[in-house]
Ligand binder design. Structure first.
Ligand code: BEZ
Ligand code: FE
Length: 405
């Protein structure tokens, strides 16, 4: 018998069902056995889809065959001393037992309810198996994971074929993952989990710049560059000037903050994806000046699809989703004594702002990239022809312990 009891009241009599994996016992709530046909103790056992109600002497008093939808278990009696004994060919009695003059409660368990009780017991056993885990946080996280995984399987009535398809999917994810390809993070991104974790941990407050996904194309230790420098050797046909300031939440400039930026090229690829680009193309680190200002020249980023030639791409295709992200520039901004922020600036003209495949767009991160006619507004040094610009303010939260390195 399991350790879990469910209380119920039927016909005014409080009772409980004590259930285990293989049997269910019906008792009075005070622990006294339920009397049926004058004989103490009744249990209900499940054999496949068949439920058998037994009295303590193991004489079968009621036998019910569980249909797919319904497993009915009834106890009912109206008069003393007799049992209805409709015997079947195998000698099993079905029908109602009697308990003196009392009205016996009627219990009706649906198949789903019986199943639910057994599933709950299994979930409890799996959670109980963690009782000896010495790491309290690990135990807490795994307990919740088990509970929610089991709930997911029950809620969807997961079939064995579906379960196996999921196992194969995860196996394929593992096969394609390498030091250069992290399919699991991509799955987390495309299921919205990465942004949920971001929200839980970085719900920006006090007007600080909001964060968003890091993405797989960040490469640490970008080259240091001077303010105003280009982060590429080829500004192409769509040059962009990015300028901005880093401030704290009460508007004070933060000098000497580190602004680490990276973005894709006009061919949609990041340098790390493209052997034809130099490894340092379209990325760089800057220090803010004494006014908290920074600036760099680049190319206007373009919309691009995330890597969709693996299991995640397959998942997107079979679910009717596209793989696109709206054009953006990535930034990680850090300063001593302030919280670091990992964020983007999105181009307001992108058609994918409302359907980013990784759910990374926050309205506060969308900016207008202003287009300039060189005849009217001469381009800044190092830019020729038509150009565009975007000016941004990055606001960092105070955080006494944090270092920018
Ligand atoms: C990115 O912006 O670089 C990115 C983010 C999540 C998944 C794929 C790419
Ligand atoms: Fe990106």
């Amino acid at each position: 018998m399991g350790k879990f009891a469910q209380r119920f009241v039927s016909h005014g009599v409080a009772m409980r069902i004590v259930h285990g994996l293989k049997a269910i016992k019906v008792e009075h709530e005070n622990g006294q056995p339920l009397r049926i046909a004058g004989i103490q103790k009744t249990s209900v056992e499940f054999f496949g889809e068949e439920a058998v109600v037994r009295q303590a002497s193991q004489r079968v008093v009621s036998c019910l065959v569980a249909g797919l939808q319904l497993c009915g278990i009834e106890f009912s009696a109206v008069s003393a001393g007799k049992a209805h004994d409709d015997q079947d060919e195998e000698g099993r009695q079905s029908g109602w037992g009697e308990i003196g003059t009392s009205i016996v409660p009627v219990v009706l368990l649906t198949h789903a309810r019986c199943f639910g009780i057994v599933a709950d017991e299994l979930t409890a056993q799996a959670i109980d198996s963690l009782a000896g885990c010495p790491d309290a946080r690990l135990r807490e996280v795994l307990t919740s994971l088990i509970r929610n995984l089991h709930h997911f399987a029950v809620e969807t009535s997961l079939t064995e074929a579906e379960w196996l398809a999921g196992i194969h999917f995860l196996t394929d994810m593992g096969r394609i993952t390498s030091p250069h390809r992290q399919e699991f993070i991509l799955l987390s991104d495309t299921l919205g989990l990465s942004m949920l974790v971001d929200l839980i941990n970085h719900g920006a407050g006090g007007g600080a710049t909001e964060s968003t996904v890091l993405g797989p194309f960040y490469v640490p230790d970008s080259p240091w560059r001077a303010n105003g420098d280009a982060i590429t050797d080829d500004l192409g046909d769509n040059p962009l000037l990015v300028s901005g300031h880093v401030r704290d939440t009460i508007g004070r400039a933060i000098p000497d903050a580190v602004v680490d930026v990276w973005q894709n090229a006009t061919n949609r690829l990041y340098a790390v994806q493209d052997e034809h680009q130099s490894p340092d193309n379209l990325r760089g680190r800057f220090h803010t000046d004494s006014d908290g200002a920074f600036a760099f020249r680049t190319v206007r980023p373009v919309d691009y699809p995330i890597p969709d030639d693996g299991p995640v791409g397959h998942m997107l295709a079979v679910t009717g989703r596209h793989a696109w992200r709206p054009a953006h520039v990535h930034l990680i901004v850090a300063a001593n004594g302030h919280g670091k922020v990992t964020t983007h600036i999105f181009d307001s003209t992108s058609r994918y702002l409302d359907s980013d495949v990784v759910f990374g767009v926050k309205p506060s991160l969308v900016r207008t990239f202003v287009e300039h006619d060189p005849a009217v507004e001469p381009p800044p040094p190092g830019i020729a022809g038509r150009w565009c610009s975007v000016d941004i303010e990055i606001v960092l939260q105070p955080n006494a312990g944090e270092s920018r390195d």
